[in-house]
Design a protein around this ligand. Structure first.
Ligand code: SAM
Ligand code: SF4
Length: 435
């Protein structure tokens, strides 16, 4: 492949994948490649994929068939598949998309330039998991927003029965605190105002003596950074030091994504989540009494193996009791390699859809109610860009990670944190005026 070959990279899935794509871009640029936003003018087309649910894989397979046409038009053009899907089911993938030139799992990105160079005749495949790879020395190519995502740990050791993550991303490993701080300092120097620390179980972070609570305090000490968030914490790792850092350190924002999955103890045990509903509710109580105005969001799975009407009703009940500000809700998707795979499905697709619609409709009503409670109150909005809807408005986030719309004014720049008053609310945003 000539140097200055142009790479087009498309990303699917979670925030971790977006961050991984920034690492991939940095590795390829370092090796002399350039990037393009246009697939039809690229020499190399890469898809960074997600395997968390079957639907995510189907979308990528559909996209791969489209891209095969671009490859046939220019046979020298290389097509590569990266990330969790590459790791999850390589053999089936090569059957379904035999025109792929490169297949690389999440721990193989360092070798991508070599794989691309070797993919002239046979596909180049590397899906080895590496217990030590953290890419700590690679500075990702962040975009120019006011918020930047910084990976602090990779992989997961929890092995929840439904989840493919530990199999496709490998075991848990943390990035040394010194490397994280270096990256945060560089981002602050570029004008980034908000840092989101990332990891599949981000609060399981540990680097020798530094636990996650301590890491939050270290990041908060970096000048120029105004706000700190993190995702996704696991409820079992929400230790007192993390709660204390959230309560005491003003830069750590009063917002927490705390995945519940199910409100039934029977199902939580079958899922192997490691907490009971009672423990979860006590944690929520501790968090709310330590952190005023804390906003909570969650992940819910409906239709897991064995979930009956009573279990589902318990999930609805718990969602109502907690009163989440927002939630990501999913139908259970059977995933090969996971512990629950051999148990199969017991809830029909139609029934899963019914439960999903019910839980979404209930959560929408709760989100609206939670947002309406903000009407009349003052908020500080970190301004991020022009509002997608709403003429003459700018969009930003409140400390609770709620989208806030404020009137555009010549004095307001991106990255400013401005005082505003909430005048109305929908389930998705707060409309504000300026004082
Ligand atoms: N580590 C996080 C945690 O423990 O909650 C979540 C990471 S996972 C990428 C994001 C969410 O996807 C999970 O919280 C879960 O709700 C959902 N998920 C994972 N496996 C799933 C499956 N097989 N079917 C449906 N949803 C799934
Ligand atoms: Fe998956 Fe459970 Fe790990 Fe979250 S904690 S990534 S749900 S195995």
């Amino acid at each position: 492949m000539p140097s200055l070959a142009r790479v087009y990279l498309e990303t699917y899935g979670c925030q971790m994948n977006i961050a991984d794509s920034q690492t991939v871009t940095a590795i390829l640029r370092r090796a002399g490649y350039t990037t393009t936003n246009n697939a039809s003018e690229a020499d190399i087309i890469l898809l960074n994929t997600c395997a968390i649910r079957e639907h995510a894989e189907e979308r990528v397979l559909g996209r791969l068939s489209d891209l095969a046409r671009l490859k046939h038009a220019h046979p020298n053009r290389k097509l590569g598949l990266l990330g969790c899907m590459a790791q999850h089911n390589r053999a089936a993938l090569m059957n379904k998309a035999p025109w792929l030139d490169v297949v690389a799992g999440p721990d193989s990105y360092r070798r991508l330039p070599e794989l691309l160079a070797n993919a002239d005749f046979d596909p180049a495949v590397d899906v080895r998991l590496d217990r030590t790879e953290t890419y700590a020395d690679v500075s990702p190519e962040h975009d120019n927003g006011v918020r930047a995502y910084v990976t602090v740990m990779r992989g997961c050791d929890k092995f929840c029965a439904f989840c493919v993550v530990p199999y496709v991303r490998g075991r848990e490993r943390s990035i040394p605190a010194a490397d994280i701080l270096r990256e945060v300092q560089q981002l602050a120097a570029r004008g980034v105002k908000e840092i989101v620390l990332l990891g599949q179980t981000v609060n399981a972070y540990h680097d020798e003596q530094v636990g996650f609570g301590e890491l939050l305090k270290m990041v908060a000490a970096v000048g120029g950074i105004e706000r700190i968030r993190f995702t996704s914490p696991h409820p079992s790792d929400m230790t007192p030091d993390v709660v204390e850092a959230m309560a005491r350190e003003p830069k750590v924002q009063p917002y927490l994504h705390l995945p519940l999955q199910s409100g039934s103890d029977r199902i939580l045990t079958a899922m192997g989540r490691g907490y009971t509903t009672d423990e979860y509710l006590r944690l929520v109580e501790r968090l709310r009494s330590a952190i005023p105005d804390l906003a909570l969001s969650t992940d819910i799975i409906v239709g897991f193996h064995g979930e009956d009407e009573q279990d589902f009703a318990a999930t609805l009940g718990l969602i109502r009791t907690v009163g989440y500000d927002s939630a990501f809700m999913f139908k259970y998707s059977l995933r090969e390699h996971t512990r629950a795979f051999r148990l199969g499905d017991t809830v029909s697709e139609v029934e899963k859809s019914r439960r999903l619609a019910e839980v979404i409709s209930m959560q929408e009503a709760i989100s609206l109610e939670r947002n309406r409670n903000w009407v009349g109150r003052d908020v500080m909005v970190l301004v991020e860009g022009r509002a997608r809807r709403g003429e003459g408005m700018m969009a930003g986030k409140t400390p609770q990670f709620k989208t806030a719309l404020v009137p555009a004014a010549p004095t307001i720049k991106l990255g400013d944190i401005v005082p505003a008053q909430v005048v109305s609310a929908t389930g998705h945003s707060l409309v504000c005026t300026l004082p």
